[in-house]
Design a protein around this ligand. Structure first.
Ligand SMILES: NC(=O)c1ccc[n+]([C@@H]2O[C@H](COP(=O)([O-])OP(=O)(O)OC[C@H]3O[C@@H](n4cnc5c(N)ncnc54)[C@H](OP(=O)(O)O)[C@@H]3O)[C@@H](O)[C@H]2O)c1
Length: 362
C-alpha cells in the first residue's frame, strides 16, 4: 500500500517475476517499508505482464533498462549476475541505491556485503551498490557472529543440504515433475541439473573451480571472511543439492579460540537477533527445512561438543533457514530498513557533500 510516512521511497524490484523477486515483493509488503511507488522490472520475456500486488492492484512489469532507475530511491536486484553487472552501476549513477542478490558485486572491496544483524555498520560506506550474501553463507553468519564475539573462531567446516528453490523457479517445477513421474512410473527427465534431483543428492552446486571446490562452496569461504571481518578464518565447505523445495540445512563444525560448552553456545545463539534454538533431541526437536520455510528466522539445534578438537574448543551444530527469505529477500529488505532508519539511503559521498559546508542541499 502506498506509504504515508514523512519519508517515503520509490522502490524497484528487478527480477520481480522470479522466485526471489516474488518473495521480495511479499516481504516489502509484510515489513511495510515506506513506499510511495513500487516498480516491477524484468526481461522482455515478462515485460507487459501484470502482477497483482496486495494493496497496490495490478502492476505492469516493465523492461529493465538503465532509464528504468530514474527517480528510483532503492532497487532490489534479483535477476542474475549479468543483469546486475550491467544495470546496477547504471542505477547507482542515477542516484538509486541497489541491494543486489547476485554474486556480481559481493567480493568487490568497494561494495559492502551485509547481513542485516551482523555487520549493518558496513552500510555506512556504500557508494550506491550493496551486496546481499549467498543464501548458504547468510544463515551461518548470525550464529557464527555470536561465537566470534564470545570466544573467537579459528576454523569452520560446513556441509550444506540445499533446497532446489536456490536455483530458481524452474528447479522447483522440475523437482515437482520428477516426483510426479516417479509416482506414475514414468522416466524422470533432468533439464536444470546435470542429473535427476528427485530422490537424489548432488554434490555439485554452481560451477567447478580449478581447486576442486565448486563456486558455491568457495562463496561460503570468501563471503564468511568478509562479513565477519575475519580475513584469515580457515573455512572448508561441501555444498550438496537435495530434493527439498525450500530451506537450506547445514552441518557446521567450528573450532573456537577459547573453550565453550554446548550449553553456553545455546545461550549465545538464543540471545542473537533473528536466531531461534530448537534443541531437544530426546523429544525429536531440532531444526527442520519444512518447518523453517516461510520464516525469516535462522534455526539452530543439535548443538554438541566436537571431541575431535582438543580443550573443549570444538562445537558441532545444525543450522536451517528459508533460503528465499532470510537467505535472499528478507535480508535485502532488512538492509533497506536499516538504510531508511539510519538515513543512509543515499551513497556515502553524496551524504558527505550534503553534510559539508556549502554542500548540495539534501
Ligand atoms: N533462489 C535463491 O535462493 C537465491 C538466493 C540468493 C540469491 N539468489 C540470486 O537471485 C537471482 C535470481 O534468482 P531466482 O532464484 O529468483 O531466479 P529465477 O526464479 O530464475 O528468476 C529470475 C528473474 O530474473 C529476471 N531476469 C532474467 N534475465 C533478466 C534480464 N536480462 N533483465 C531483467 N530481468 C531478468 C527474470 O525475468 P523474466 O520473467 O523476464 O525471465 C526473473 O524475474 C540470481 O542471481 C540468484 O543467484 C537466489
Amino acid at each position: 500500500m502506498p506509504g504515508t510516512s514523512p519519508e517515503s521511497f520509490t522502490v524497484a524490484v528487478v527480477g520481480a517475476t522470479g522466485a526471489v523477486g516474488r518473495t521480495m515483493i511479499q516481504v516489502l509488503l509484510e515489513k511495510r517499508l515506506p513506499m510511495t511507488s513500487l516498480r516491477l522490472l524484468a526481461s522482455s520475456r515478462s515485460a507487459g505482464r501484470t502482477v497483482a500486488v496486495e494493496g497496490w492492484g495490478d502492476i505492469t512489469v516493465e523492461l529493465a533498462v538503465p532509464e528504468s532507475f530514474e527517480g528510483v530511491d532503492i532497487a532490489l536486484f534479483s535477476a542474475g549476475g549479468g543483469t546486475s553487472k550491467e544495470l546496477a552501476p547504471e542505477a547507482a549513477k542515477r542516484g538509486c541505491t541497489v541491494i543486489d542478490n547476485s554474486s556480481a558485486w559481493r567480493m568487490d572491496p568497494s561494495v559492502p556485503l551485509v547481513v542485516s544483524q551482523v555487520n549493518p555498520d558496513d552500510l555506512e560506506w556504500h557508494e550506491g551498490i550493496i551486496a546481499n550474501p549467498n543464501c548458504s553463507t547468510m544463515q551461518l553468519m548470525p550464529p557464527l557472529m555470536a561465537l566470534r564475539d564470545a570466544v573467537g573462531i579459528e576454523r569452520m567446516v560446513v556441509d550444506t543440504y540445499q533446497a532446489v528453490a536456490g536455483t530458481g523457479h524452474k528447479a522447483i517445477v522440475e523437482l515437482e515433475e520428477q516426483v510426479k513421474a516417479h509416482a506414475e512410473g514414468r522416466e524422470k527427465v533432468a533439464n536444470v541439473y546435470p542429473h535427476v534431483i528427485g530422490f537424489n543428492a548432488l554434490p555439485h552446486i554452481d560451477v567447478f573451480l580449478d581447486n576442486g571446490y565448486t563456486k558455491e562452496e568457495w562463496k561460503v569461504v570468501t563471503e564468511s571472511r568478509k562479513i565477519l571481518h575475519l580475513p584469515d578464518l580457515r573455512v572448508s565447505c561441501t555444498a550438496v543439492r537435495v530434493p527439498v523445495f525450500v530451506s537450506h540445512s547445514e552441518a557446521v563444525h567450528v573450532e573456537t579460540r577459547n573453550p565453550i560448552s554446548p550449553a553456553r553456545a545455546r545461550e549465545l545463539f538464543a540471545a542473537t537477533e533473528g536466531v531461534v534454538v530448537q534443541d531437544d533431541p530426546a523429544n525429536d526437536v531440532y531444526p527442520l527445512a519444512m518447518e523453517a520455510a516461510g520464516s525469516d528466522l535462522v534455526f539452530v539445534g543439535r548443538v554438541r561438543q566436537d571431541p575431535s578438537i582438543p580443550d573443549g574448543r570444538g562445537l558441532a551444530f545444525w543450522v536451517v533457514s528459508d533460503n528465499l527469505r532470510k537467505g535472499a529477500a528478507s535480508n535485502a529488505v532488512e538492509i533497506a530498513e536499516v538504510l531508511v532508519a539510519r538515513g543512509l539511503v543515499r551513497k556515502a559521498s553524496e551524504r558527505a557533500l550534503v553534510a559539508a559546508p556549502g554542500g548540495r542541499p539534501a
